[in-house]
Design a protein. Structure first.
Length: 320
């Protein structure tokens, strides 16, 4: 029995857009928290996936905001006037109007990400996008009450670089959900993604879904992706080795997020060590590829050997 009173306090508030627990998330989809700032027919939209750290913002006509949120498949939307916010499958949460103020938002973002200015993020001169991004960061500080060091710097998303598909088009083309869901028991067997998705990790599945819903319009990027796919299709043995190694790796993005927000278990830390131990195995199959994107990916791999060895040595194989 404890001889002293145990201090009790709220350490974290879980909302639809701030879930990080693996059991509550779909590994193949991002879980976005979004914020919308509207002024005179224009809107700033920011979104973050707390479970991976991805943080983006953009500006667009206010009447296109609902379609953008639908495309993101946002889980929660912050708005300073909830009664005027677009409605959809997301939960609308009221946020204090002052958190959307561009000047306050810029200061908050610069302090948190240790930036002298927002020029490098592409947010300079974009007050609505800056205000929305600042509102998200203020909300996360209030609800998570923990380090948010895993968040990427908010980067301005140029909507001109990708094809914008509205919700009706996505649904009618059955890209990610069947048109008649009830007839298929809620499955996605009749969708395009069910045919294309041969990914081995949650990270790859989310990237594929994103590229399917936001097809690139840049010729150089399209050709670089096709070069990578062509080499992998024609290189049976390297492809098989890559798939086997990737199949043993955990979802690093979400694993690191849980560690940063303080919800990771010893088993998660052991999983991180084992995943890092797989990283060197990814380099040899890519050694001879002429595809620029694959060469760049191989060159950026870092297995952080000191951290890996320390984790594997310190944590028992049957860690809880």
């Amino acid at each position: 029995m404890a001889k002293k009173l145990v201090r009790r306090e709220i350490t974290r508030i879980v909302t639809p857009g701030t879930v990080t627990e693996a059991a509550l998330l779909d590994a193949s989809q991002n879980s976005y928290l979004a914020a919308l700032a509207v002024r005179r027919g224009e809107a700033g939209l920011a979104w973050v996936d707390v479970s991976t750290g991805e943080f983006r913002a953009t500006e667009l006509p206010a009447d296109e905001a609902a379609a953008a949120l639908e495309q993101l498949n946002a889980r929660e939307l912050l708005a300073h006037a909830p009664e005027e916010a677009p409605r959809g499958r997301w939960t609308v949460t009221a946020a204090e109007p002052w958190t959307f103020d561009p000047a306050h938002a810029e200061q908050l973002l610069r302090e948190h990400f240790r930036l002298l200015a927002l020029d490098g993020c592409g947010l300079a001169g974009r007050p609505l996008a800056t205000g929305a991004a600042g509102a998200i960061l203020a909300y996360l500080r209030e609800t998570q009450r923990s380090a948010l060091d895993h968040l990427d710097r908010p980067v301005f998303h140029d909507r001109a670089g990708a094809m914008m598909l509205d919700a009706v088009t996505v649904r009618n083309l059955e890209l990610v959900e069947p048109l008649f869901t009830a007839d298929l028991g809620g499955g996605r067997d009749a969708t395009l993604i069910s045919v294309l998705d041969q990914t081995r990790t949650g990270m790859g599945a989310r990237l594929l879904r994103k590229r399917l819903l936001q097809p690139s319009l840049e010729q150089a990027e399209i050709e670089a992706r096709l070069d990578a796919v062509e080499w992998l299709v024609n290189s049976t043995i390297p492809r098989a080795r890559l798939r086997e190694t990737l199949g043993r790796m955990l979802d690093l993005e979400r694993l690191l997020a849980r560690i940063t927000v303080g919800t990771a278990t010893p088993r998660d830390l052991l999983g991180l060590g084992r995943t890092l131990d797989c990283v060197p195995e990814l380099r040899p199959p890519l050694a001879e590829t002429p595809a620029a994107k694959l060469r760049a990916a191989a060159g950026s791999l870092d297995d952080t050997p000191e951290l890996r060895d320390r984790l594997l040595a310190a944590i028992a194989d049957d860690a809880p």
